[in-house]
Design a binder for this molecule. Structure first.
Ligand SMILES: NC(=O)c1ccc[n+]([C@@H]2O[C@H](COP(=O)([O-])OP(=O)(O)OC[C@H]3O[C@@H](n4cnc5c(N)ncnc54)[C@H](OP(=O)(O)O)[C@@H]3O)[C@@H](O)[C@H]2O)c1
Length: 335
């Protein structure tokens, strides 16, 4: 039987600056179950993520640009409505990369069944999903996190950052968390128990501020923002410190050339390790991440917060607001 799929499409590429809602459109198309696509899924949760911004330009990146006028891919959770497949049954909860659409048809190779549903299903887009795994792999595989270290985290009130803070706290580290609003500062301090949270918009000179709050310097900096913040952190790292380059959100929408590091001498003299990584290289590195994360979540050692926008039509706004820092924790769209 033919069905109608409603989806979000990019209307035009956005070479620089912040996207606006006019850059997107809501469209419909007919879809059909057939021998090749024998599973029908209704989406219930959609993830919006900063990496999508890079796919909105024509520039070559680690993922190709979104195709104009077509469905924007991204992580989503849904439930199976019809299935001709032995493994996927009606009612199964599934994870996909079918993103910004209300329903779709696919084959068994394109979705993953979620077996454990004792945690809210949308946590598979947050702490148990890509952002949680990014925090975990970034800290352990690249940051070589050790108990008792001093750890600086930027964009700490967001999905990856808040998970990084809590994992580090679970290991007995001292956590310094930077975020963009007083409300997020309060959440980080009062509920996530970070040792020191601050609003970077209120700090005049980051280097001096870091010196004041952590005079001995940082062992590890988990960098979600890049730009001047990264440069300031380099000034205040300990000898042999490690910097994990996870994201560069402060540079994603700039309209002038991005800032470059002017203090490489500190990298040399302090013998720093600076390492970039992409979680897409670790899609199959599920263990020990999943076991540890489920354990932490069940024991309330990782708390997660969501900012939820309702309705597929609001997905572009959710994405733009994510870039503008309107989210606390994971930004999600419920449909
Ligand atoms: N390497 C990887 O494989 C990988 C995977 C996932 C995510 N990431 C990166 O990790 C970072 C966090 O991702 P997420 O999904 O957890 O997003 P998020 O932190 O939940 O949301 C993005 C946050 O970025 C902050 N921000 C926006 N503009 C900024 C600016 N000019 N300066 C400083 N902060 C700014 C805002 O918070 P404030 O209120 O603090 O400004 C906003 O809430 C992003 O850079 C993302 O690209 C990398």
């Amino acid at each position: 039987m033919t069905k109608t799929c409603k989806y979000v499409a990019l209307k035009n590429y956005i070479p620089q600056g912040l996207p606006t809602e006019d850059d997107f459109e809501i469209k419909t198309k007919e879809i059909k179950l057939n021998n090749k696509n024998n599973i029908h899924v209704l989406n219930s949760w959609i993830s919006v993520d900063p990496y999508m911004r890079a796919r909105m330009t024509e520039r070559k990146n680690y993922k190709p640009p979104f195709k104009l006028g077509e469905e924007m891919e991204g992580y989503a959770i849904g439930s199976v409505q019809e299935s001709d497949d032995d493994y996927f049954k009606i009612g199964d909860t599934v994870f996909s990369n079918f993103g910004m659409r209300d329903n779709f048809v696919c084959n068994s190779g394109q979705i993953k069944k979620i077996h454990s549903t004792d945690l809210p299903i949308q946590s598979y887009l947050g702490p148990l999903g890509m952002t949680g795994q990014t925090a975990y792999i970034g800290l352990f595989n690249y940051g070589k996190l050790k108990a008792g270290q001093s750890v600086l985290v930027s964009s700490a009130g967001g999905s990856v950052g808040s998970t990084v803070c809590q994992i580090a706290k679970n290991l007995g580290c001292t956590v310094y968390a930077s975020t963009g609003s007083d409300e997020k500062v309060k959440w980080l301090k009062n509920e996530l128990n970070v040792d020191h949270a601050f609003n970077y918009n209120k700090v005049e000179n980051l280097v001096l501020y870091f010196k004041e709050i952590c005079p001995e310097g940082f062992d590890l900096y988990f960098d979600n923002v890049g730009g001047d913040f990264l440069e300031s952190a380099i000034f205040r790292m300990k000898n042999f410190g490690r910097i994990v380059i996870c994201g560069r959100i402060s540079q994603m929408n700039v309209t002038s050339p991005p800032s470059g590091l002017k203090n490489m001498a500190h990298v040399l003299v302090k013998r720093l390790t600076i390492k970039g990584f992409l979680i897409f290289d670790h899609e199959n590195d599920n263990e020990p991440f999943e076991t540890d994360m489920k354990d932490w979540l069940k024991n309330n050692k990782i708390k997660f917060k969501e900012t939820v926008y309702e309705g597929l039509e609001n997905a572009p706004k959710a994405f733009i607001d994510l870039l503008n820092g309107k989210n606390i924790g994971k930004m999600l769209v419920k449909i």
